[in-house]
Design a protein around this ligand. Structure first.
Ligand code: NDP
Length: 295
């Protein structure tokens, strides 16, 4: 039976570390790190994510505020908002909550964020720097996954890692991170056109599922003793819940748990780490911006 990689406990440890870093930073006379979140419209999932991010940030001593705009904002006006935040020396980190309304091109908005303030790590400059192993903001979900493994003393070096999903925010940056010289995994990235997916996942010491299909990874797809990380967040109807649904992952947790050595639950796994790593990126942004302001 697998041990649980407890996102709640691990994220709490990350948050405590960041809070200490923020305290030490302000004790040295700096202003608190400043995060500005831009939220367009009233998508309930985005609202919930943003509320969580703001609460976490405030508890860590980060000055966090959400700037809200109606979903009929034009792309030009949103780009102006981003420009103003880029220019504001009092702002360290900018996060534009995705998804954006259909009439706005996500890529144009992400590309407009100053890479030095891009705490989501989605700007091409940060993704490029990640790929070549240069210091960069690392997208919070892959960053959180690696942090979970490290804090649990799971040795990544030499592992055969199979990532299912090749998105720009999870699969691709995670592949880059796991193959860095300080991680040294051997990485395979699978996607919807992969032939005989299960043949790949069955070989893996580390399986990461970032697909977006409930219970997609079944026990027969996992090797005995593998470490299994479930990124997926899927809503399934559940009349017994007040909200009428519950969240489940991409991994058939109950069955896979019997075979894996470690497994992340959903909820209570990667999602909480994702939130915690945003705080770490914001602290790093404050440090970086203070250094470049002096230089
Ligand atoms: P995307 O939809 O961008 O990517 C999904 C990936 O899964 C694609 O690469 C797609 O392949 C692949 N895929 C789809 N169907 C199959 C299949 N049948 N076989 C193999 N691969 C398949 O999703 P994201 O990466 O943004 O998110 C993935 C999941 O993780 C979602 O549930 C999302 O909600 C969740 N998520 C959770 C986070 C957290 O903090 N826990 C953060 C971010 C996301 P192809 O490229 O060929 O289409």
């Amino acid at each position: 039976m697998a041990q649980i990689l407890d996102g709640k406990e691990l994220a709490e440890a990350v948050r405590a570390d960041v809070t200490d870093e923020v305290d030490a930073w302000t004790d040295r006379g700096h202003r608190p790190p400043c995060l500005r979140v831009v939220l367009i419209g009233s998508n309930p999932a985005s609202e919930a994510y943003v509320r969580g991010k703001e609460r976490d940030a405030r508890q860590a001593g980060i000055d966090s505020k959400t700037l809200r705009f109606d979903d009929d904002i034009t792309e030009a006006d949103l780009l102006d908002v981003v420009d103003r935040l880029n220019e504001d020396a009092g702002v360290d980190g900018i996060l534009v909550q995705l998804p954006l309304p259909d009439h706005i091109d996500d890529r144009s908005v992400i590309d407009a964020i100053d890479p030095a303030k891009d705490v989501d790590g989605f700007h091409p400059e940060n993704l490029g720097r990640l790929l070549i192993g240069a210091p960069s903001f690392i997208p919070a979900t892959p960053f959180g996954i690696v942090e979970m493994l490290r804090r649990s003393e799971i040795e990544i070096e030499g592992m055969r890692a199979v990532i299912v999903g090749r998105s720009n925010i999870v699969g691709k940056p995670l592949a880059a991170l796991l193959m860095q010289r300080d991680a040294n995994a051997t990485v395979t990235v699978c996607h919807s056109r992969t032939r005989d997916l299960a043949a790949h996942t069955r070989e893996a010491d580390l399986v990461v599922a970032a697909v977006g299909h409930a219970n997609f990874i079944t026990a027969d797809m996992v090797k005995q003793g593998a470490v299994v990380i479930d990124v997926g967040i899927n809503r399934v109807d559940d009349a017994s819940r007040e909200k009428g649904y519950r969240l489940i992952g991409d991994v058939d947790f109950d069955a896979v748990r019997d075979k894996a050595s470690w497994i992340t639950p959903v909820p209570g796994g990667v999602g909480l780490m994702t939130r915690a790593m945003l705080l770490k990126n914001t602290m790093n942004a404050a440090r970086h911006n203070a250094e470049t302001a002096v230089a």
